[in-house]
Write a protein that binds this ligand. Sequence first.
Ligand code: BJW
Ligand code: ZN
Length: 244
Amino acid sequence: MGQSAEIAAAADRLAKAERVAVLTGAGISAESGVPTFRGPGGLWENHRPEELATPQAFAADPELIWRWYHWRRGLIADCRPGPAHLALARLEQRTADFTLITQNVDGLHAAAGSRRLLEIHGSIWQVRCQACGRQYRETSLELPTLPACRQCGGLLRPAVVWFGESLDPELLRRALAAARACQVMLVVGTSAVVQPAAGLAMVAKEAGAVVIEINLEPTPHSGQVDLSLRGRAGRLLPAVVDGP
Ligand code: BJW
Ligand code: ZN
């Protein structure tokens, strides 16, 4: 099948589905200017995400980790949702049962208008106090390198999920339920190596859903899904959502 036939097949499946789940990763925000984690340009000052995104790294050197997050918050603050984010917001409007599961912490899906949204790795715009546990939204780009809790002065951390930490059990429960119940799952812009997120696509597949992948590169999922579309999310997703 050529790519235009694949796009038409994907669009047809999606148009007929009443229950749709979507799993997104950093690739969907790449065209908005948000750096991905893996692949070209995905490194930060020669550190790998597996070295930075851990509670151990934060405990050992909170300044290093906060510098990474301050840098990313500054970049993301200038980014706007792209055509792929907007296509998912349109898809939500017309789909009776819809769940958007994102691994992204950038907030661009909400900015595009998505509401039935599960941010399973948290948000870069939320902080949590290490001392009193309070969590709140903090969007200032003028924070000190080591920001302190408004309430108790304790050390804040980004309210995101690091390696070795559990996902919010309620969000994970809802994500798994959506994966089990959907007729079509779209998997967009994720390298599909981080668990449990990546496993959601196979949960959907095993429960009988048609799984459609959109990615610039092949992933561990590519051989197992029903359709694997190779290219930019900003081009392919609007075509799949609105029809070619
Ligand atoms: C485009 C594009 C364009 C680019 N268009 N496409 C089972 C087996 C083995 C290990 C584990 C397991 N279960 C749990 C683990 C441990 C671990 C894990 O998965 N490790 C693996 C790496 C081996 N998981 C965890 O620790 C999770 N916690 C957990 O499971 O708790 C219970 C438990 C703990 C310990 C042991 C067992 C159980 C938590 C994972 C948290 C991940 N956190 C991060 C950081 C979030 C905060 C932050 O942002 O700072 O989440 S890591 C980072 O990776 C971030 C992302 O959400 C995540 C996924 O990355 P993503 O989105 O896929 O991005 P990339 O960059 O990898 O890929 C981009 C893709 O886009 C590429 O494919 C490009 O081709 C594509 N692309 N441009 C289309 N224009
Ligand atoms: Zn506090």
